[in-house]
Structures are given as structure tokens and as C-alpha cells.
Ligand binder design. Structure first.
Ligand SMILES: NC(=O)c1ccc[n+]([C@@H]2O[C@H](COP(=O)([O-])OP(=O)(O)OC[C@H]3O[C@@H](n4cnc5c(N)ncnc54)[C@H](O)[C@@H]3O)[C@@H](O)[C@H]2O)c1
Length: 278
């Protein structure tokens, strides 16, 4: 489905991003695997290559202002062109709004709103220039798009996630704006808003002992046991499909929006929630 296409996925060392990278690889794309942590990025790229696909790992932080351009250059050097950008990298740093620090607020806006903006600006020439050339030659447009990862926390708000909800709703506004700005070149931009996906972001904090280092500070990942218990209580009543999604099921939503089958879909927010909140 993605033969001769190059896809860049941020935060693809684990979780939903890694699952999406593997599916894109299976479906014929050349995959550029970014992650903050080099080792899991290399592992994802290696797994794609082992399965007969093409991939490179480009570790680095999406919040480093110089990184987006370096990432695009690395992708173009390796595979010649870029067709799809998936802004997936992220984490949560929860706190009630009346106790939230400026640092906590800013870090989450940096990764969920500013980084996608800089990535999209950096990928612009790689998507727009070939599309412009096709337009001038009167040729049909190739499949080029951006997929931004949002969340039901952004669409509906969520207790303890004022910073995250703001970033994840911000990226929806960005998505719709890019759809309007680049649509005349056939370049699509959609968002995928996930509900409850089983990754280290939704597992129990006290049990899994996962952390991310941001600005020299260690932020513990996951959710408190009592919140997880609330998520799992009466799950069949809250989620029509009755369970959390696997990372692969979540990644399916990203691949769907990136695929040529979605070529007339732009500016859309696809909720991948098992029906939660309908
Ligand atoms: N898990 C859920 O239920 C859920 C729900 C809604 C939205 N999301 C979103 O889905 C996306 C993927 O999350 P996940 O659940 O797979 O989590 P995850 O922790 O399994 O994977 C996220 C990856 O992003 C990487 N990352 C974090 N900051 C980065 C940075 N600055 N630069 C580069 N890479 C960075 C991490 O190292 C990690 O490998 C995130 O944007 C998250 O907010 C997840």
C-alpha cells in the first residue's frame, strides 16, 4: 500500500509509534524511526529490516529546535523523498491545574504542540515542492500527508491533564489549518485521537517503574493505581468494545489515515476509542 513511499514517525521506539512503524514497513514503506531513546528506535528499525522492509533509526528529541530539520535531511538522504509525517512522540506529566508548575505546563505544550508545528514546517518543502511540480505538469498528486496524534483528553478534557488536553486540542487546530493551507497541493492533514490504549502511559505507575528524562528531570510515567482502577471499572459500560486497545489496534488508525484509501479525507479527527464517549 505504501510502495515507494517514505514515512517518518516520531516516538516510534515503543508503544503505538513502534506498532505503526512495523505496519508501515510491512505495507512497503521506507520507515524513518525516531525516538528520544536510541536503543528502542534501533530495535524498531531492526525489526522492520528483519521482516524484509526498509528502515533507519534517527534518535533525538522532537523538542530540540534544531532536530526537525536534521530529521528531514536524514530521511531524504536515506530514501530520497518524504511522503508521510506522523507526529506521535509524547508523554504525560499530570497534575491538578491549581498545583501545576509552569515547567510542567510548558514541557507538555512543547512536546505535543510546538514540536508537531516545527516538524510540519521542516517537512514542508519535501511535501510541497514535488506536489507543486506535479500540479504544474498536470499530473495527479501522489499520496502525501501529515497525521497528528491527539487524544480524547484533548477533545473532551480530562481531570489532571490540563496541560496535555491543551496540547492535544491545539494539535487539532493545527491539523485543520494545515488541511486548509496545503489542500490545493493535494497534501492531506488529519488527526487521530486515541482513547484508552494499553501502553506505559496508561499502565499503573506504582507497578511498572517507567520514567522519561526531560530537562535533566525524571518524570514517572503511568497513572496512579486508583485512577487505573476507575478506568477498568465498568469498562464494558463505558467502552462499547469493552476493553482497552492494543498498540497495534491504535496504530491501525494512523495507517488508515495515511493510506491512499483516505485520499479524500483531510482536516478530520478520527477517534480510535472502541466507541468510548459516543
Ligand atoms: N496510550 C494511550 O492511551 C494514549 C491515548 C491518547 C493519546 N496517546 C498519545 O499517543 C502517542 C504515543 O503514546 P504511547 O501511548 O504509545 O506511549 P509510549 O510511551 O509507549 O510511546 C511514546 C514514545 O514517544 C517517545 N518520546 C517522548 N518524548 C519524545 C521526544 N521529546 N522526542 C522523541 N520521542 C519522544 C518515547 O520515548 C516513547 O518511545 C503520544 O502522543 C500519546 O500522548 C496515547
Amino acid at each position: 500500500m505504501f510502495t515507494n513511499q517514505t514515512v517518518i514517525i516520531t516516538g516510534a521506539g515503543r508503544g503505538i509509534g513502534a506498532a505503526a512503524a512495523r505496519i508501515f514497513g510491512e505495507q512497503g514503506a521506507a520507515v524513518v524511526v525516531n525516538d528520544l531513546n536510541a536503543e528502542p528506535a534501533e530495535e524498531t528499525a531492526h525489526a522492520i529490516i528483519q521482516a524484509g522492509g526498509r528502515a533507519i533509526a534517527v534518535p533525538g528529541s522532537v523538542t530540540d529546535p534544531a532536530f526537525p530539520e536534521a530529521l528531514m535531511r536524514a530521511a531524504a538522504d536515506a530514501f530520497g523523498s518524504i511522503h508521510i509525517l506522523v507526529n506521535n512522540a509524547g508523554y504525560t506529566w499530570d497534575g491538578m491545574i491549581h498545583k501545576m508548575t509552569d515547567e510542567q505546563w510548558q514541557a507538555i505544550l512543547d512536546v505535543h504542540a510546538t514540536a508537531p508545528f516545527r516538524m510540519i514546517r521542516a517537512v514542508a518543502p519535501f511535501l510541497r515542492e514535488p506536489a507543486q511540480a506535479e500540479k504544474e505538469a498536470g499530473q495527479p498528486f501522489g499520496n502525501r500527508c501529515v497525521v497528528n496524534v491527539s487524544s480524547t483528553s484533548g477533545l473532551h478534557g480530562n481531570i489532571g491533564q490540563g496541560n496535555y488536553a491543551t496540547g492535544k486540542m491545539g494539535v487539532v487546530g493545527l491539523t485543520k489549518t494545515i488541511a486548509k493551507e496545503w489542500g490545493y497541493l493535494g497534501i492531506r492533514c488529519n488527526a487521530v485521537a486515541f482513547g484508552y490504549i494499553d501502553t506505559r502511559l496508561t499502565r499503573t505507575k506504582e507497578v511498572q517503574e517507567e520514567a522519561i528524562e526531560v530537562g535533566g528531570q525524571e518524570i514517572v510515567l503511568g497513572i496512579p493505581q486508583k485512577v487505573r482502577a476507575l478506568l477498568d471499572a465498568n469498562i464494558e459500560q463505558r467502552i462499547p468494545l469493552g476493553r482497552a486497545a492494543t498498540p497495534e489496534e491504535a496504530a491501525g488508525g494512523i495507517v488508515l489515515m495515511a493510506s491512499p484509501m483516505a485520499r479524500y479525507i483531510t482536516g478530520h479527527v478520527l477517534e480510535v476509542t472502541g466507541g468510548m464517549g459516543i
